[in-house]
Design a binder for this molecule. Structure first.
Ligand SMILES: NC(=O)c1ccc[n+]([C@@H]2O[C@H](COP(=O)([O-])OP(=O)(O)OC[C@H]3O[C@@H](n4cnc5c(N)ncnc54)[C@H](OP(=O)(O)O)[C@@H]3O)[C@@H](O)[C@H]2O)c1
Length: 313
């Protein structure tokens, strides 16, 4: 656990001289384009400085527009905002990586991104559809490419200077070790589902030992059932410390040493989530040791099929 005074401004250093990532980040997996743009602008105005999008979310254009409008207003500079996006599963073949990356950059209206991740370790049949399926409705995987082949093409993007850091997403610890061992440019970030019902302690320990930032998505449990924000240990701590359950969950994530991505379309919840303050050590311990439930809300890590995006979207 790290002692941190100002959780909102905490930054975690990235390896390979790629700067630092703000711990408290905003995700843009929001189905409606107008809501995505409004939420991204509101998040920038509320003070968030790290943003996550993806080719697969189809939100890069709106995120780019929101960032551009806020940068043009002049209060924030490009180098104060950390922008990450992701390569979709249908673009894992090395020759498809750069065109896919450049298409993302164009939609974002940026000259570079701070972080680029293969969205999952699973390669799908290359092509224009994001969700290739056979007649029986099964995903068509691409057996002709490995994640390491894709990684080599990502390293090239870093060398060209259009992408400051590269990392992994929706992986288990074995996959991280495999890529770490073989990579010339080591993964800077590992982006996975994590919260008190899925703490991923072994992965966090591996990442911390090897200078990799673990970034937790769904830190509030994605509003899925059973509701993490209604967990009795979380609600009891929240009333004891005078914060909301969401603020308790986000503080725990930062204090145990992860970066995180939370999302809200609602301006007041979005501000609430930015207003985090440190929890006392006994509360951190109570969450880490007292919550015994183990729940994965998103099975993407097992199949490469996004668990939070409805089929056909
Ligand atoms: N790589 C991957 O496979 C992957 C998968 C999933 C997510 N992600 C990334 O991680 C980001 C975050 O994931 P997530 O959306 O699951 O995060 P989350 O913050 O755990 O969940 C967001 C949900 O919580 C609700 N919420 C937000 N603040 C709240 C509060 N203060 N009180 C009560 N409810 C609240 C939101 O509803 P309202 O909008 O109504 O407030 C929304 O339904 C995504 O946007 C995406 O960028 C990546």
């Amino acid at each position: 656990m790290i002692a941190i005074e100002n959780l909102r401004e905490t930054k975690l250093p990235l390896n390979n001289g790629a700067g630092a990532i703000p711990a408290l980040g905003f995700g843009t997996l929001i189905p409606d384009p107008v809501a995505t743009k409004n939420a991204t602008k509101a998040a920038l105005e509320a003070g968030y400085r790290a943003f996550d999008t993806a080719e697969r979310y189809k939100t890069e254009k709106e995120v780019g527009e929101a960032i551009k409008e806020v940068l043009q207003a002049g209060a924030i500079k490009r180098d104060e905002v950390f922008v990450a996006t992701k390569l979709w599963n249908t673009n894992h073949r090395p020759e498809r990586v750069k065109p896919a990356f450049e298409a993302s950059l164009k939609k974002l209206q940026l000259d570079y991104v701070d972080l680029y991740l293969p969205h999952t370790p699973f390669a799908f049949q290359p092509g224009d559809t994001h969700d290739p399926r056979d007649a029986a409705g099964n995903v068509i995987y691409d057996k002709g490419v490995t994640l390491l082949d894709t990684w080599g093409a990502l390293e090239e993007l870093v060398r060209e200077g259009k992408c400051k850091a590269i990392g992994l997403s929706d992986v288990n610890v074995e996959k991280v070790k495999e890529i770490y061992a073989a990579a010339t440019i080591k993964p800077a970030v590992v982006h996975v589902e994590s919260h008190p019902y899925l703490p991923e302690w072994e992965l966090l320990e591996y990442c911390q030992k090897n200078g990799i930032v673990m970034q937790a998505f769904a830190p509030l449990g994605h509003s899925s059932e059973p509701k993490l924000i209604a967990d009795p240990i979380i609600t009891a701590i929240a009333s004891r410390v005078g914060k909301t359950p969401a603020q308790v969950l986000l503080a725990w994530a930062i204090q145990r040493g992860t970066a995180l991505l939370t999302t809200s379309k609602n301006p007041s919840r979005l501000k609430e989530n930015f207003d985090v303050s440190p929890l006392p050590e006994d509360a951190i311990r109570e969450i880490s040791e007292g919550i015994k439930s183990r729940i994965r809300f998103n099975a993407v890590v097992e199949t490469g099929v996004p668990g939070f995006i409805p089929r056909g979207k």
